[in-house]
Design a protein. Structure first.
Length: 529
């Protein structure tokens, strides 16, 4: 038998002397796809980073194990030997391209750098190869993107640039760490099709790290399930999915958001209504910065939501979903009517609007970025209370904080800890608690589950349902994850290029979509799952 391309044996990883990964073993053959799956913190990414020795040493160490690539030991290899392998024989797509790409360098420089280092190409040859790679990964008009910086690209375009960098030297092994996390379903479909096509064309092996089991089932030949730093089960994809043996694997496979919302009461009052909402950003050019046109981010949107109802807002990146949410909160300028409990929010002065903000709260996509790292959880939650309820005593503040933490399923005794001491799912619960403590009537939820594991997503969906039932909350749920939208929403509006292209009851929209764009979104969601 031919020796495996990659052979990991009894790998152990410690961080500051604390055991993180133990006894991890797997092999990967040429042209094969192996998926590492498991929840956040299970050890997937650190195991993959160990292959290229990219962990933060000496904080991280390997007390035991072996990593052999084409028979050569990489664990403890000399730096020149590792440099020869990194980006050349083994490529890697990192989870978050915005933090992995250098914000000071253009696309041309970042892709060209690996060609200069590993292939010794001169500038014209590197430029020609970069254009070829950008075209290969499906970047439209690649010539115009050479001088673009990462912040000038969409999420899907940044991910494609990362793939182009990883494939620049036609590696034998590609490590893809959550390559589609937080991408729209249509972009996910394009990225996955691209990876499959390139794998077949180049004959490379793929180590896919993902918590999305739908993607894993479609892409992988074999799967290894990780839990608390160990591989608890591995085997052929059909065997693992159809007849799982380990209790954790069974739990993981059953952790899909499910169920449907209870109907809204007929007499439920209208909480929020928007009519002909427009957000246009001016395009200014020339020395005098004359306005020559507008980007119509939101253009003529009508919506309404009642107490106890969830209105889902779906669409691709750039469709105007988040801009609409910010306009409804009056966090950005807009035109049109926005009425909350019959009051025109656009007519309110700053002081009156500030007082009404307690009734309308928002939960952001990334809880780690939206929670102040210098504040304890108690301070984070108390901040809004101090603004809107200045007469509360310290004891009353603490009582409210303890109560709301219990309501979102967190131990009140953890309130003096800081955000970095919590998992992603716990941080999102804290963000929800911060909004709930003000007793709002409307919550705007902006992609609140996109970066979370499926099992944690299910928990957050169940939590939101329970809170809505108890408090008769109205939700505006902004998401690109149609499976979660279907589980949580009563009605859905579909946005494209700032316009609403379709709206309707959630079941009717999913089973009988009328607009071609809606059908494409649903088809892409089914494709990825």
């Amino acid at each position: 038998m031919t020796a495996p391309l990659l052979e990991v044996t009894d790998l152990a990883i410690d961080f500051n002397g604390q055991a993180t990964v133990r006894g991890v073993s797997f092999t990967l053959d040429r042209g094969e796809t192996l998926a590492l799956v498991g929840e956040s913190g299970s050890g997937k990414s650190v195991s993959a980073l160990s292959i290229l020795q990219l962990l933060p040493y000496p904080t991280a160490s390997h007390p035991a194990g072996s990593i052999r690539f084409e028979g050569r030991e990489l664990l403890g290899a000399a730096e020149p030997d590792l440099i020869a392998v990194r980006g050349d024989r083994i490529g890697m797509i990192f989870q978050e391209p915005m933090t992995s790409l250098n914000p000071l360098h253009t696309v041309e420089k970042q892709i060209g750098e690996t060609l200069l280092i590993h292939r010794g190409m001169d500038a014209p040859a590197a430029r020609a190869r970069t254009l070829e790679l950008l075209e290969l990964v499906g970047i439209a008009d690649p010539e115009s993107r050479l001088r673009s910086y990462p912040h000038q690209l969409s999420g899907g375009q940044r991910q494609r640039v990362m793939i182009a960098m990883a494939l620049a030297n036609e590696p034998d092994l590609l490590i893809a760490d959550e390559p589609t996390t937080a991408l729209d379903v249509t972009i996910q479909q394009q990225i996955l099709e691209l990876l499959s096509d390139l794998q077949q064309r180049l004959g490379m092996a793929l180590l896919l790290i993902s918590h999305d089991l739908g993607i894993v089932r479609r892409m992988a030949d074999r799967v290894a399930v990780m839990h608390r730093g160990q591989i608890v089960e591995q085997g052929q994809i059909d065997a693992i999915f159809d007849t799982p043996q380990h209790p954790y694997t069974i739990e993981l496979l059953n952790a899909e958001p499910s169920g449907r919302q209870e109907p809204v009461a007929d007499d439920a009052p209208e909480v929020l209504a928007g009519n002909d909402i427009r957000v246009w950003f001016p395009i200014q050019r020339g020395l005098l910065r004359r306005t020559v046109g507008h980007v119509k981010a939101v253009d003529g949107v009508d919506l309404h939501v009642r107490a106890g109802e969830t209105l889902g807002i779906v669409g691709e990146s750039g469709s105007g979903k988040t801009t609409l949410g910010l306009a409804l909160l009056r966090l950005i300028d807009s035109r049109g009517d926005i009425r909350f409990d019959g009051t025109d929010l656009r007519a309110l002065d700053k002081a009156t609007l500030r007082a009404r903000r307690a009734d309308i709260q928002i939960v952001f996509q990334d809880p780690f970025a939206s929670l102040d790292p210098r504040f304890s959880i108690s301070q984070v939650i108390a901040e809004g209370l101090r603004v809107h309820f200045p007469k509360l005593t310290e004891t009353q503040l603490d009582d409210r904080i303890r109560s709301v933490l219990g309501e979102v399923g967190l131990d009140a005794d953890t309130r003096h800890r800081y955000p970095h001491e919590f998992s992603g799912g716990q941080r999102q619960r804290i963000a929800i608690a911060r909004a709930l403590v003000l007793e709002p009537r409307l919550l705007i939820l902006d992609e609140p589950t996109s970066a979370l594991d499926r099992s944690v997503q299910s928990q957050i969906v169940d939590l939101l349902r329970a809170l809505q039932s108890r408090r008769r909350l109205a939700y505006l749920f902004i998401s690109h994850d149609l499976k979660i939208v279907r589980a949580l929403a009563h009605r859905v509006i579909v946005m494209k290029d700032g316009h609403v292209v379709e709206t309707g009851d959630v079941e009717n929209l999913f089973t009988q979509p009328r607009h071609d764009y809606t059908r494409r979104l649903i088809a892409a969601a089914l494709f990825n799952h």
